[in-house]
Design a binder for this molecule. Structure first.
Ligand code: UDP
Length: 319
């Protein structure tokens, strides 16, 4: 199979490259190296990479024509980046996906679109199911532009299926973590681990009682491939995540313990962390019944294993 991965040099994209190359696929990557890094895939010598953005429609068209299927992962991600650069977030995420949809539809190439659990917004449900209502904050709070842009992507992809029978599938990823994820754009686990390894204060935002369910990238990637491979799945949305819920305070404690760090926990108000008017979501846990039924998905990695993997990688980088 010939495969295009947009965002293939990123954290999740590079793990996807590895899996597909490993099973003998011919992989092409389109990545503008904005948050991705070529180092993530340079060990994969058979991968052909074009350094450009999905906003460049001619390049997308040329690449899509050469492949059988497309995984669209390229996006502006990371809460810090979204808050700092909302124009870039909105334009890249909406226009980039529009281009990929136009070109994959033109050549009728099956498309898997990666969306996010952020689309559920700040709803107070204990567990989020794919058809639940979304609760998004006001447009004056930049954080929500990410959720809104990804929701538009989903609307558009589903419209392409509905109106043109363009074969697309959508996954909503819940806090995917693992090796190669960078803390630079806000993601909590690489940040906490780096702070712990440096014996610096662990910066827990808010009261630390907000919780997330963390998923190993090594569970996420096989799920993406299974959904892509099952061509009967079209015009549908799936949560991909885990039920391993931890509060940020618990997470900080686990990381201190597992690294043997001397770090202390320090609580930082949200407006100090992200600027005035920031809104966080309290808890976020996926319902996994739909994905389980569709492809037999069950995450294998425990939070402890995920953390140990990240700690080991970051220790290696220091050595
Ligand atoms: N967070 C934190 N300290 C940090 C970075 C993040 O306490 O240094 C918190 C953040 O406010 C949020 C949670 O960790 O409540 C998860 O943040 P992340 O950006 O990793 O993912 P998302 O907000 O998209 O779930």
């Amino acid at each position: 199979m010939r495969v295009l991965i947009t965002g293939g040099a990123g954290f999740i994209g590079s793990h996807l490259c590895e899996q597909l190359v490993g099973r003998g696929d011919k992989v092409f990557v389109l990545d503008d190296l904005s948050t991705g890094r070529f180092e993530n895939i340079e060990h994969l010598t058979d991968v052909e990479t074009v350094i450009d953005t999905c906003l460049n429609q001619e390049v997308v068209r040329d690449m899509v024509r050469e492949v059988d299927v497309v995984y669209h992962l390229a996006a502006t991600v990371g809460v810090q980046l979204v808050v700092d650069e909302p124009i870039r977030t909105i334009v890249n995420n909406i226009r980039g996906t529009e281009v990929v949809l136009e070109e994959t539809c033109r050549y009728r190439r099956r498309l898997l679109l990666t969306s996010t659990s952020e689309v559920y917004g700040k709803g107070s449900k204990a567990v989020f199911g794919e058809d639940d209502d979304r609760v998004i904050g006001p447009t004056s709070r930049h954080r929500w532009c990410y959720a809104a842009s990804k929701a538009i992507d989903e609307f558009l992809a589903l419209a392409y299926w509905h109106e043109k029978r363009h074969p697309v599938a959508i996954v909503r990823l819940f806090n995917t973590v693992g090796p190669r994820q960078m803390g630079r754009y806000g993601m909590v686990i690489p940040n906490f681990v780096q702070q712990a390894l440096n014996n610096e204060p662990i910066t827990v935002f808010g009261d630390g009682q907000q919780s997330r369910c963390f998923t190993s990238v090594l569970d996420v990637v096989p799920a993406l491939v299974k959904i892509m491979d099952d061509t009967s799945i079209c015009g549908d949305v799936f949560n991909v995540g885990s039920k391993m819920r931890a509060s940020m305070e618990e997470l900080a404690k686990m990381i201190i313990e597992r690294t043997g760090s001397k770090s202390e926990i320090t609580f930082i108000p949200y407006d100090q962390a992200y600027g005035p008017g920031y809104e966080d979501m309290r808890h976020r846990e996926p319902c996994l019944e739909k994905i389980n039924k569709a492809i037999g998905y069950e995450p294998q990695y425990t939070l402890e294993q995920i953390l140990d993997g990240v700690i080991e990688e970051m220790r290696g980088q220091e050595a």
